[in-house]
Design a protein around this ligand. Structure first.
Ligand SMILES: [Zn+2]
Length: 249
């Protein structure tokens, strides 16, 4: 999937819930805002393992205008810091996994990979907040919402990649792979016109857009919004033929 698809689906999925959360927790606007920015960037983060990915460039392929240009400016900074964190994370994972695959859709496209990267991001943000508090006497701990969003966005990214024909091995290096029938632009560029509607990434985007708008219009409670969000994701599995493959084949 292209960076713009990842970013748009993550934004579409999170906006109804975050909007209701503002009503639910008074004075939570900035917490929600930082979570949202974290989710947007996190939705591109696992592709830090692919040199041509949107997170590694100051633009998002096909979408470097409008509001996303502000996210795009943050991309290279987050990417550089994440690339530093990838080294200790790879070292930790190498201690448990022989022949660790750090190439695209390898170790960093797994729950363990994104969790470890998120732990480093959380620690880094906490240290920055602590230094600012000690030196400038300013409390900016509200920024801790950013790594939370980063983790949620990364999980959404893995979910989106699970719709594709190549799929995602969630528990790498073991073999629980979720795989669907969406054929991505990078792998099926020449054949995009011949694809069925269910095989196009743009249809995944359309599905989440329509269902999220319905949830937003008809559900006002934060908990019901969360419930319908989960139902919306699980309903997408049969639609895009997402199935578990436990033998790694
Ligand atoms: Zn990916």
């Amino acid at each position: 999937m292209l960076g713009k698809d990842h970013l748009l689906i993550a934004a579409i999925l999170s906006i109804p819930l975050l909007f209701r959360a503002i009503d639910y927790i008074p004075s939570s606007f900035f917490i929600v805002l930082f979570i949202f920015v974290g989710i947007c960037i996190g939705s591109l983060l696992p592709d830090v393992d692919a040199p041509d990915a949107a997170i590694n460039h100051p633009f998002i392929r096909g979408k470097h205008t409008g509001w996303s240009k502000y996210i795009a400016k943050l991309n290279p900074v987050v990417s550089k810091i994440t690339r530093i964190f990838m080294r200790p994370v790879a070292w930790i994972m190498k201690n448990q996994i022989k022949n660790l695959d750090t190439s695209h859709r390898g170790a960093f496209h797994s729950l363990q990979g994104i969790s470890l990267l998120s732990i480093f991001w959380t620690t880094f943000t906490a240290i920055v907040c602590l230094i600012v508090l000690l030196i400038l006497k300013m409390n900016i701990f509200i920024l801790m919402a950013f790594p939370v969003g980063l983790f949620i966005g990364s999980v959404i990214h893995l979910l989106e990649d699970s719709f594709t024909a190549r799929g995602i091995t969630w528990n790498y290096p073991k073999h629980f792979t979720l795989r669907g029938n969406v054929k991505t632009m990078s792998e099926y560029k020449a054949k995009q016109e011949d694809l069925k509607w269910k095989e196009k990434a743009s249809f995944v985007l359309l599905y989440f857009l329509v269902t999220s708008i319905m949830i937003f219009l008809f559900v006002s409670s934060v908990w019901l919004t969360l419930l319908f969000l989960i139902i919306q994701i699980f309903l997408a599995f049969p639609i895009f033929s997402v199935k578990p493959h436990s033998n790694g084949s």
